[in-house]
Design a protein around this ligand. Sequence first.
Ligand SMILES: Cc1ncc(COP(=O)(O)O)c(C=O)c1O
Length: 394
Amino acid sequence: MCRYSFNPFHQKNPDWQSTNCDAFTNNDIVDFHKTLKGYKPTPLISLPRLALKLGVGGIFVKDESKRFGINAFKALGASYAIYNVLKKAWENKFGTIFTIETFSDKSSMYKLGEFTFSAATDGNHGRAVAWTARMLNQKAVIYMPENTARFRIENIEKEGAKVILVKGTFDDCVKQNDHDAKLNKWQVISDTAYEGYMEIPNFIMAGYSTIFKELDEKLQFDYVFLQAGVGGLAAAGAWYFTNKFKDNRPKLICVEPTESDCFLESIINGNGNPITTKGNQESIMAGLNCGTPSALAWPYMKDSVDLFIAISDNYAEKAMQKYYYSNESDNRIISGESGASGLAGLIALLEDKNLKKATDIIGININSRILIINTEGDTDPINFKNVIERIKEN
Ligand SMILES: Cc1ncc(COP(=O)(O)O)c(C=O)c1O
């Protein structure tokens, strides 16, 4: 059942001077991404017909399925984190400055030696770590829940990584990875922060800010939908809009599946600390199936997001279909289950009776200009086909 909470911790002008993710203010992030093979800003696609149909002023979709040819946004974070790991290793070893040019130089990288990068993932982050490792001729070991879709596993193996399947949830994979990496002296590249492990997720979150920095500065939005797993992507969006527009920022809406609504649960909990979802973490929105907010993302979300909603899987399917069966002149967008969750959040707010009060209060109407991030394409093509074909049968 869909549910929501407005944010009692919301601040007009949050003071983030003392928060841990100081990497957001690094000025080398976009420049670094520009040096990577296949870099192009992802398109911002306007869907005027869909907006008309849903009764809103405009829908603009930043389409991350086009990122680096690997069908999701995640490589922005993994590559920037690995760059910073190698920078630190280089500067410790050689005592000279490591630059973006050093990273691009194969012989310098060879001098630095061998690394094994490891990560826990529901799919996209692991592929991003494996993709970056392969680009650098390094090794990767990736931990995944054993019920992960076969195609997602194969895509990671195709990048040359070793995949280890774990009985349990994403959170169990995080623990197993942490344990094994200590034993084997691997470098963990985790997108979630936990006690004793803050530095790297800091760079991952900061890497995602490129998505928002690529937006045309003149464009203005009234609402931004940000889907959250551990919250890195959503925190990057929350940071960007708050930093840029201060108390005049668009209204920020966090979207999660009801099965893994850890941010909503933490907001409802009311003491200002993040807690674990009560859900079973079995949503089809696989990338969002995370039980606990990242400790780094939490303060950004808690201070700046206006509304937290949890939606059921049927809205994700509906959004995938709406993107695919575009109206007249609208562009078709290929969007997977987690990718479509931002649009799914909008549809749920407009259609679900349990969210009606939230929609009235937040005030989405015929004039509202809405930004949504399609964070992935068809990363599970079998389920994608099932969802898309189902509409034909109805
Ligand atoms: C497609 C997709 N969208 C959104 C997210 C959520 O990102 P985060 O875990 O940073 O909140 C993920 C995470 O893996 C994902 O794969």
